[in-house]
Design a protein around this ligand. Sequence first.
Ligand code: 2HA
Ligand code: ZN
Length: 271
Amino acid sequence: MKDILKAPFVEEMCKTTANMYRLGWDERNGGNISYLLDEKEVGEYLDLNLVKRVLPLGFDATTLAGKIFIVTGSGKYFKNVLDDPEDNLGIVRISADGQNAQLLWGYSGGGKCTSEFPAHLMSHMARLQVDPENRVVMHTHPTHTLAMNYVHELDDKKFSHTLWEMCTECIVIFPEGVGVLPWMLCGTNSIGKATADKMKDYRIVIWAMHGIYGAGKTMDETFGLIETVEKAAQIYMLTAHLPRINTIKDEEMVELAEFFGVNYRKDFLNL
Ligand code: 2HA
Ligand code: ZN
């Protein structure tokens, strides 16, 4: 067996959580990541027949039965993952009946999967329907995106349009726009269902006055999406109180989308 602490997926989780902590997005236990792994690859590091503990999911995840995820732990701090991955992360397999997560490694201090695991797994289910290569779901509390939630209308079209106006590359990077949920109680199956519903159309879902969910094929793609939204929100917050003299026009966004060949939400422009 190879050393699990040197597995690329463990190292990626460590580096990404450390990076996000340093960006100031994941204070205290804020944020969580789940990453769908390749069973063969995990088998090089762990005995897949050895289940350490069984953690109830509290909802039906049958469509993900047998799938293996590495997941940040409930109540754990992104700040600490790099120093102690085995306590702060867990590798779990969804049981055949879809009711439990079987712990294969991690949560060494007796921990369990993030409280947002229902929203993560429901988002994985929704994204895998749209893109069979989706592997990552990431939740975080990026500062300017949250700030923008307090001063901007919480509407998919209006919010996406404003973000697209803030940086030239936005419409190219998230041409489908972003989904926005109203404030809802977190950690519940109902916010999970609402998130997954938006994930049918968007890789980015904003939880108003709480944070953001991103989904993608790789850690880089997913982080890059969130980072781009956050950059646009930062420009918005730096300029929202000032007279706007210039802007990226809708005709210019069409030019961008056509030049880069992306399938954008035409109904989100005002042409
Ligand atoms: O896991 O961010 O939404 C901590 C959170 C809850
Ligand atoms: Zn959160």
